[in-house]
Ligand binder design. Structure first.
Ligand SMILES: *[C@@H]1O[C@H](CO)[C@@H](O)[C@H](O)[C@H]1NC(C)=O
Ligand SMILES: *[C@@H]1O[C@H](CO)[C@@H](O)[C@H](O)[C@H]1NC(C)=O
Ligand SMILES: *[C@@H]1O[C@H](CO)[C@@H](O)[C@H](O)[C@H]1NC(C)=O
Ligand SMILES: *[C@@H]1O[C@H](CO)[C@@H](O)[C@H](O)[C@H]1NC(C)=O
Ligand SMILES: *[C@@H]1O[C@H](CO)[C@@H](O)[C@H](O)[C@H]1NC(C)=O
Ligand SMILES: *[C@@H]1O[C@H](CO)[C@@H](O)[C@H](O)[C@H]1NC(C)=O
Ligand SMILES: *[C@@H]1O[C@H](CO)[C@@H](O)[C@H](O)[C@H]1NC(C)=O
Ligand SMILES: *[C@@H]1O[C@H](CO)[C@@H](O)[C@H](O)[C@H]1NC(C)=O
Ligand SMILES: *[C@@H]1O[C@H](CO)[C@@H](O)[C@H](O)[C@H]1NC(C)=O
Ligand SMILES: *[C@@H]1O[C@H](CO)[C@@H](O)[C@H](O)[C@H]1NC(C)=O
Ligand SMILES: *[C@@H]1O[C@H](CO)[C@@H](O)[C@H](O)[C@H]1NC(C)=O
Ligand SMILES: *[C@@H]1O[C@H](CO)[C@@H](O)[C@H](O)[C@H]1NC(C)=O
Length: 570
């Protein structure tokens, strides 16, 4: 009955890529119109064709763009089919109240949400002496975006969000030809994936973290079976390479179908997603029985790290289902519960029992703490305070999503008095880069060193294939093979730090403001070594400084306004 919402949703979502005050007013206006339109009747076919026309007229929809008749027709006719059932379902259940729907849809700011102003601080705790002889090595793989249908020699100027596929026609010339090892318009192909996994294995990791996003970026062409199939095939490939090395996987936003979408009634994602993946993980020997059962139920789990059995501190992975409390998941429009699938209660209980057992926790999620993906009521209202409360138990957060090399510091109140007392840097969130080159990043990943005695992260390294620099762009020959260069041999010494404590990252961020050599090194790593992606402007500099300092969306925003910085941690 509310099928008229669909074309409007498509048009809106195109604007939603950059939410602004304008799109807020637009949303409110249109939801008011829709209230009027409730009495209309339109057939689904008509609605889909109108939606496709809106997409074609706007050269794209849902935040994705296209150019050229074939590309736009392919993107628009398929994206309508991919999203239509869910949007129509949600639209039929919407309250149609412009003041709340547009906040829930992410077009408008929630003006009733309280802003925090807690701008005093204390110094970080001193670090216990470490015995560097006993390190545990974590290889962090994230955002692989494997495109099994990448074709060497295909067209990199395809007009669609993901290129280098056979159906996109022949390249117009040598410089628009997708190379054997990859292209900045394509995703990770099978040749590069094999090189990446083999190289990661050659480093002899004790543990592998895999923080989501196995499927490629052909989001307008996917199905449930396709996305799950890519992940299962990836699991088999990784299991064959890593053997008995434990791998701890989580879901990213691209494991959902359509992209970003997960039912808040998690039972509905069991049969097509959690169950088949849990079975693949079990066959790979990755997780124990209770972790498998928990994942199969609701997409999250906790498990001991086996390699830590002989360590002075037992180590535990706590793996979230990150897509349940994010604004890009449209199912959350209908369900803003702060304890969807009991995950919040489970997280709270899991951290409490880990602390009681003197364990060290590695918290895996997909989206960064401060990029605005999560609903603040959940992340800043619940998760950040939990991270703060358990800062002696949680060694670090590990995540990806951005495909960039980043570090973000989360803070803790030092008092339970009203206002929270002074703030202190508490826990580091490590945002690791990705092997996909889609969008201009170079294939990259990090390896973390953990001190077995304390469970703390003491250093990391970064490896990278410079696709352009190594002459691999537009090159059809498998020779030369990609080189995984050790571009940051030790973050600690590369960035002139004494250690990787949270307060040391804050000190580094403050140095970034004035130390040009340091900022250039940091920005170049952020851009994964692609000079055309690096930006040395003052605006970008503030963005990078506050990215480190402000480990929640609110603190990052205060930092950019000059209202939150290291001076609070005297
Ligand atoms: C647009 O921004 C102004 C100033 O920040 C604010 O007062 C107004 O409420 C905003 N409008 C909407 C529709 O969010
Ligand atoms: C819409 O369809 C319903 C049910 O088929 C019908 O009762 C109603 O009169 C229709 N409304 C309009 C405006 O055609
Ligand atoms: C806005 O924030 C307030 C306070 O956090 C919350 O109670 C309310 O549900 C939010 N409104 C929407 C539409 O998200
Ligand atoms: C590709 O090469 C042609 C001529 O060889 C040139 O005109 C064009 O600008 C190049 N395109 C790109 C994307 O470099
Ligand atoms: C998308 O799917 C359609 C229909 O299955 C197919 O014709 C088209 O080639 C696909 N496009 C891409 C880029 O794979
Ligand atoms: C997974 O691998 C099987 C066996 O090689 C293949 O038939 C299937 O197409 C693959 N699935 C995807 C989504 O690539
Ligand atoms: C959740 O989904 C399951 C499976 O589709 C269904 O049986 C159950 O009724 C749903 N629960 C709610 C509260 O809608
Ligand atoms: C939710 O999690 C808590 C803590 O683990 C547990 O005690 C409770 O039984 C769970 N509730 C449900 C409904 O599963
Ligand atoms: C945890 O560590 C404390 C202090 O070292 C010790 O007293 C306690 O017995 C330990 N608890 C467990 C469950 O090992
Ligand atoms: C610190 O305390 C303030 C005020 O009670 C609260 O709003 C904020 O969420 C707390 N922050 C953390 C990280 O616990
Ligand atoms: C680290 O310090 C050395 C010696 O002062 C300096 O040459 C180098 O540029 C610094 N590195 C960075 C990334 O700032
Ligand atoms: C740091 O914060 C203090 C206190 O809010 C403020 O006065 C100062 O201008 C800030 N400095 C920078 C560089 O943002």
């Amino acid at each position: 009955m509310l099928k008229v919402l669909w074309p409007v949703a498509v048009a809106f979502t195109a604007a939603r890529a950059a939410p602004s005050n304008e799109s807020c007013s637009l949303c409110e206006g249109v939801v008011e119109l829709l209230q009027e339109a409730l009495t209309w009747n339109a057939t689904e076919g008509l609605v889909e064709s109108v939606a496709r026309d809106v997409c074609l007229a706007g050269n794209g929809g849902f935040g994705w763009t296209c150019s050229g008749a074939w590309a736009c027709n392919d993107l628009c006719s398929n994206i309508v089919k991919v999203f239509a059932p869910e949007i129509l379902d949600i639209a039929g259940r919407l309250a149609l109240d412009p003041t709340t729907d547009c906040v829930a849809l992410g077009f408008c700011a929630n003006t009733t949400a309280e802003s925090s102003a807690m701008l005093t601080g204390v110094a970080d705790k001193p670090l216990p002496a470490t015995t560097a002889s006993s390190l545990m090595r974590i290889v962090h793989l994230t955002d692989i975006h494997w495109d099994p249908e990448y074709v060497s020699g295909s067209n990199s100027d395809c007009g669609e969000p993901l290129c280098c596929r056979a159906v996109q026609g022949p390249p117009s010339g040598a410089n628009t030809t997708c190379g054997y090892w990859g292209d900045y318009a394509g995703d990770t192909n099978t040749a590069l994936l094999d090189s990446y996994l083999a190289f990661a294995k050659s480093l002899n990791p004790d543990v592998v973290f895999a923080t989501g996003d196995d499927p490629p970026h052909n989001v307008w062409n996917q199905t449930q079976e396709y996305n799950t199939g890519v992940s299962i095939n990836m699991t088999r490939k990784m299991a064959a390479v890593f053997g008995s090395t434990p791998v701890f996987p989580i879901l990213g936003n691209h494991n959902g179908f359509p992209v970003n979408q997960y039912h808040t009634n998690t039972s509905e994602d069991q049969a097509w997603l959690f169950g088949p993946l849990a079975q693949a993980y079990a066959q790979a020997g990755w997780l124990d029985e209770s972790a498998i059962a928990s994942f199969a139920q609701a997409g999250y789990y906790t498990a001991r790290i086996p390699a830590s059995a002989s360590s002075p501190t037992a180590m535990r992975v706590v793996a979230l289902h990150p897509g349940l409390h994010v604004t890009d998941n449209f199912w959350t429009i209908l369900d803003q519960d702060l304890n969807i699938a009991n995950m919040t209660a489970w997280l709270t209980a899991t951290l409490a029992s880990a602390k009681a057992a003197n364990e060290t926790v590695y918290l895996l999620t997909h989206y960064p703490p401060n990029d605005g993906a999560y609903y603040p009521a959940w992340f800043e209202g619940i998760v950040a305070p939990l991270v703060a409360q358990y800062r002696d138990t949680i060694a670090a957060l590990f995540l990806g999503h951005t495909h960039h090399s980043q570090v973000q510091v989360m803070w803790a109140n030092t008092s339970s008095t009203p206002g929270g007392g002074p703030l202190t840097p508490a826990v580091v969130a490590y945002v690791s880069p990705a092997p996909t080159s889609n969008g201009g990043t170079n294939p990259s990943f990090r390896v973390y060193d953990v001190d077995r005695a304390t469970g703390r992260v003491v250093d990391f390294r970064e490896y990278r294939v410079d696709l352009a620099g190594q002459g691999l762009i537009n090159r059809l020959s498998p020779d030369p093979a990609p080189q995984w260069e050790l571009v940051v041999p030790s973050a600690r010494s590369f960035y002139n730090m004494t250690d990787l404590r949270p307060s040391s990252w804050i000190a580094l961020a403050e140095r970034l403001r004035t130390d040009d050599a340091l900022f250039h090194a940091w920005e170049f790593a952020y851009a994964t070594g692609n000079p055309t992606e690096a930006d040395y402007s003052d605006g970008e500099r503030l963005e990078r400084v506050c990215d480190v300092i402000g480990g929640t969306a609110t603190l990052k925003s205060l930092c950019k306004q000059g209202r939150f910085n290291a001076s609070v941690a005297h």
